[in-house]
Design a binder for this molecule. Structure first.
Ligand SMILES: [Zn+2]
Length: 245
């Protein structure tokens, strides 16, 4: 097959490959998007975790206070039995004074416990609120995930179609020419076929000598850019290149 026809096929293949590279890049980025969503959601659970920890330590503290309260009440009962056994008025008064002091301690502890009940209630309300917020955020995340997954399926289907088209086209191109093209496209970020822009390579912008431009026009062999090694062609649809071939 004449080189001119090969170049025409390669230009078609470049159109497919440009799409393939673009879609593949997006497809490769999908798992990253999913991971970012998960990570963002995880950080939103921190407030709930804090409140749950606070609630736990409040409950532990309350239990401790209730233990103290019980101990004080037992102590008073013991003192009250002692009251019946004392011999002197002085001893009686001393025990009564001790009982009064224990009762004062008890009312302080009881107040503390009441305060803790309030704090626990406030904490529980805050936990419920955070759970609701988190639930809402989970729904949002699930919806976003579904969008990403659906885009992933879309990309995979498009790529499959493009790859099928590419394989059909590849069969028509000479093996040696195709190998050169493939080597460039894989090493040059998905761009192997470049049109001449003015007198320069359309990819790397280096100026091309008139002799090279003439060789490109002749289409008797593949002409590579001396700087970026891509395959050069003249875009006949470009008004700047039409009419003077
Ligand atoms: Zn170049």
């Amino acid at each position: 097959m004449p080189i001119a026809d090969q170049i025409a096929l390669l230009i078609e293949m470049q159109k497919l490959d440009s799409q393939i590279f673009k879609l593949k890049k997006e497809l490769d980025g999908q798992p990253v998007l999913l991971a970012e969503l998960e990570e963002g959601f995880k950080s939103k659970g921190v407030a709930l975790k804090q409140k749950e920890d606070e609630s736990k330590s409040l409950l532990v503290g309350k239990k401790q206070k209730e233990g103290d309260l019980q101990a004080k009440e037992d102590g008073i009962k013991k003192l009250q039995t002692q009251l019946y056994q004392v011999k002197t008025n002085k001893e009686y008064q001393a025990i009564e004074k001790e009982i009064a002091s224990q009762r004062a301690d008890i009312s302080v502890i009881e107040e503390d416990i009441l305060k803790m009940f309030d704090q626990i209630d406030v904490c529980a309300a805050e936990i419920n609120k955070q759970k609701e917020i988190l639930n809402q955020q989970r729904k949002t995340m699930d919806a976003d995930k579904e969008k990403i997954n659906s885009r992933t399926r879309e990309l995979a289907a498009s790529l499959e179609k493009l790859n099928t088209d590419r394989a059909a086209l590849a069969q028509k191109v000479d093996k040696g020419v195709l190998a050169k093209y493939d080597r460039i496209i894989n090493s040059k970020d998905g761009l192997a076929m470049v049109s001449v822009m003015g007198d320069a390579c359309g990819a790397c912008n280096i100026n091309l000598p008139p002799q090279v431009i003439n060789e490109i026009r002749l289409k008797q062999e593949l002409i590579h850019c001396g700087s970026c090694a891509r395959i050069l062609y003249i875009n006949e649809d470009d008004p700047g290149n039409a009419g003077d071939k």
